[in-house]
Design a protein around this ligand. Structure first.
Ligand SMILES: C=CC1=C(C)c2cc3[nH]c(cc4nc(cc5[nH]c(cc1n2)c(C)c5CCC(=O)O)C(CCC(=O)O)=C4C)c(C)c3C=C
Ligand SMILES: [Fe+2]
Ligand SMILES: [Fe+2]
Length: 354
């Protein structure tokens, strides 16, 4: 029995006892949820169609008026793109695990991060995809069921864009709208200029170039593109990309001619951010540049856009126009350097929670 006021004994707090009919309550843990873009379940027409429909119905991705976009999406795009993109995915598919490389790398990043944070005994780590599976909603529920009443949501994009970072955050908060008892949710800010990220990129470039039997005359930092109208309307993505390259150039001590910024993966008829990667590579080859290397600093893991579009497709463009030596520098993926970046950002953003 608790001591009354005025007694000379100290009052000792007793652990809260729930009444027998009270539902079990799991609390006191902190969750970390890594989220990447997403990926189809297979390369067949229907898997591709389902994935592309979810992706390209997102208003953060396609800002065109629905009146115009719906007929285009449900007409031409979803009847032709699933086959075309399915064939592209098939060329890079992880057949051993029956999944895309992006899913393989994201899972591994989640597992390795859990290991790296093992000193924080009240932290649980998981991973999800914005489009396709596993969903953000199911993983938020799973973390909550494990007792996470605080969750750090990590959209895996170093450079912020409404079409990537914001849509991950939107989806998570949309799910929270359905919960009576919400966990506290923190979102990870962009880390395009974080010294740990720049250092990891620089080291990965140096290590990769040292393994080649040629010295590239030009290195391209190729980022995923964005329609120019998104940039004009205030998306900071372009500035973040330019800053990443500038810091990388300064760290490597290279000139603007040696390390250039380009933008890839155009989609649709609009003008996208320029210079375009494919056109730049074609121009360089025609101008007599014989050796180039390309890295993709905006992609936390290798995926369709790096492995198929750049390593295969842009490599072919270079050779077709007279280039001789081409190399794709892998993304940081689940390498030691890549995990160090993720861990550094996560530990910093968990400040005050662990
Ligand atoms: C208007 C369309 C698109 C915008 C805007 C866009 C922005 C954007 N995307 C990434 C990262 C990735 N995109 C990936 C695939 C992909 N992207 C689009 C279109 C837009 N992206 C499409 C239609 C596709 C699907 C594939 C295809 O049919 O070509 C991927 C790869 C996923 C994988 O499983 O491998 C990534 C990663 C960023 C960073 C970005 C804006 C900054
Ligand atoms: Fe994309
Ligand atoms: Fe692409």
């Amino acid at each position: 029995m608790a001591e009354t006021m005025g007694s000379d004994k100290l009052e000792v707090p007793q652990p809260m006892r729930l009444p027998a009919d009270h539902p079990p309550v799991a609390t006191g843990r902190v969750g970390v949820l890594l989220v990447n873009l997403g990926t189809p379940d297979g390369t067949d027409y229907w898997s591709m169609r389902r994935y592309l429909k979810e992706f390209l119905s997102d208003r953060r991705v396609i800002e065109t008026s629905r009146l115009i976009w719906w007929p285009v999406l449900n007409g031409i795009v979803l009847s032709t793109r699933p086959q075309k993109s399915g064939a592209a995915y098939a060329s890079i598919w992880n057949t051993e695990k029956s999944e895309s490389p992006l899913r393989t790398f994201t899972r591994s990043q989640g597992e390795k991060l859990a290991g790296a944070l093992s000193d924080l005994s009240n932290v649980s780590v998981d991973w999800a995809m914005r489009y396709g599976k596993p969903t953000i909603a199911e993983k938020l529920d799973a973390l909550k069921a494990r007792g996470c009443d605080r969750i750090l949501l990590f959209p895996l994009y170093p450079q912020y864009s409404a079409s990537t970072t914001a849509t991950v955050n939107d989806k998570a908060f949309e799910h929270l709208m359905r919960l009576r008892w919400q966990p506290a949710l923190r979102t990870v800010p962009p880390y395009h200029d974080d010294p740990a990220y720049i250092e990891a990129l620089a080291t990965s470039i140096e290590t990769h170039l040292a393994s080649l039997d040629f010295e590239p005359e030009v290195v391209l930092a190729s980022f995923h593109g964005l329609p120019q109208s998104y940039f004009r309307n205030g998306d900071p993505y372009h500035c973040h990309c330019m800053k990443t390259t500038r810091l990388l150039r300064e760290r490597l001590g290279w000139t603007e001619q040696k390390l250039m910024t380009t933008f890839q993966s155009r989609f649709g008829p609009e003008e996208w951010l320029q210079p375009y990667t494919d056109k730049t590579v074609e121009r360089l080859a025609k101008e007599g540049v014989k050796s180039i290397a390309i890295l993709n600093p905006g992609f936390v893991a290798d995926c369709l856009e790096t492995l198929e579009e750049i390593a295969i497709g842009v490599g072919e463009i270079f050779h077709e126009h007279g280039g001789e030596h081409f190399s794709h520098i892998p993304c940081l993926n689940d390498s030691g350097a890549g995990m160090m970046v993720i861990e550094t950002v996560v530990r910093r953003e968990l400040g005050g929670w662990v």
